[in-house]
Design a protein around this ligand. Sequence first.
Ligand code: SDX
Length: 428
Amino acid sequence: MSKTATLEIDGNKYEFPIIKGTENELGIDVKTLRGATGGVTTIDPGYKNTGSCESAITFLDGEKGILRYRGYSIEELAEKADFLEVAYLLIFGELPTATELEKFDNDIKEESHVDEDMKKILDGFPKSAHPMGVLSSLTSALIAFNPGSVDVDSEEEMYNAIVKILAKFPVLAAWTMRKRKSLPLDYGDDSLGYVQNLHKMMFARPNKSYEPNKLVYDALDKLLILHADHEQNCSTSTVRIVGSSHAGLFASLSAGISALWGPLHGGANQAVIEMLEAIKADGGDTAKYIAKAKDKNDPFRLMGFGHRVYKNFDPRAKIIKKSAEEVLGDLGIEDPVLDIAKGLAKVALEDEYFVKRKLYPNVDFYSGIIYRALGIPTEMFTVMFALGRLPGWIAQWREMRLRKEPIGRPRQIYIGENDRKFVPVSER
Ligand code: SDX
């Protein structure tokens, strides 16, 4: 394998080093391109062929459908670990010992209060506000109540900001949901585990006993693990580039939440259920929606299908599909949209249009079916994605800051007007 790449422009040859990752991925290092060529840059809308960083956090192979967090397979972690363990692994690079995990859990619990004045900000939103917009705003507002978490440079300051947001984010997410249901805002129960406490904050009802259900906790814990990181996806790249200006962790996360909201990204899990419900209302006519998805004149896309990187089954989709069947079975729920989803996937996976473009079900295709079975409202689905992705965003932000990455500032190719003289309005 050659160690350099040669570029020839107007008879001049330029050599650039090829770097190789620990999984044998190769990247042409073009850090010196512009200087060496007198101003030539690359152009790659959507960064389909461009690496933004070297990272040791998550490895995925889109062709083989492999996903690993810090070298551990997603299949093993989903089966054997719990979400807080995976959060620690992603952020600090190693599975925690029992002592490390206990300290991490206690440090988070110490920070689980949220300033009561934050409720005044929440009160300012109409009940109809989308929870992702509310959560992005509340996450940014946290900065005002935790000013010490902004300009963090030392690992200790970063750790303090990290445990703060891991503690407060679930509270804000639960508040966002309860506000829509006109329920009192709950602070949860520090005697419970991280995910159990999240579920209790979301679902505990005043004057009713709260019945914990291990099956529900376990399903939720697994879903959060499956969403925890995914290398340089849209929202993680947003967190990194905002953080590269030293805007602080909470501000970077607030931006990441907004990026995740989009229906082409994390918002797809809500869009999938809305699509499946539309198909159900339409008499289950999957062929009509497959045709719409293939019609270039129709902006409709088969939500939950396709992926920028996976050109094979998304390994998370496989696990979630199996979990959806188990959860619905164990809870004794018959949800017709699961059958519609399976029917839709079967038809699409046999259709030339999807096969040729290597479009497979992604993480969002089945996740909403489980969220619904767990009683989570559709408009909260992407908030659940954000709760899962939080440790991944934190890990990526921390890696970027510890590696002292430069501020993100892409170049462009200008295609506008050439130099022209100003004309006074009286002469236009
Ligand atoms: C997530 O990046 C990550 O890792 C994201 C994520 C994570 O964990 O962070 O995995 C989470 O965001 C999953 C993706 C959720 N989004 C959706 O389910 C929305 C539907 N999917 C698409 O919009 C699309 O597949 C994307 C956005 C996911 C990927 O788009 P790309 O890589 O930019 O691919 P493309 O738009 O260039 O499509 C290539 C071709 C096009 O057709 P042609 O122009 O070649 O004829 O495939 C077609 C597209 O029209 N296509 C689809 C399609 N997805 C792609 N056609 C119909 N339905 C679809 N879903």
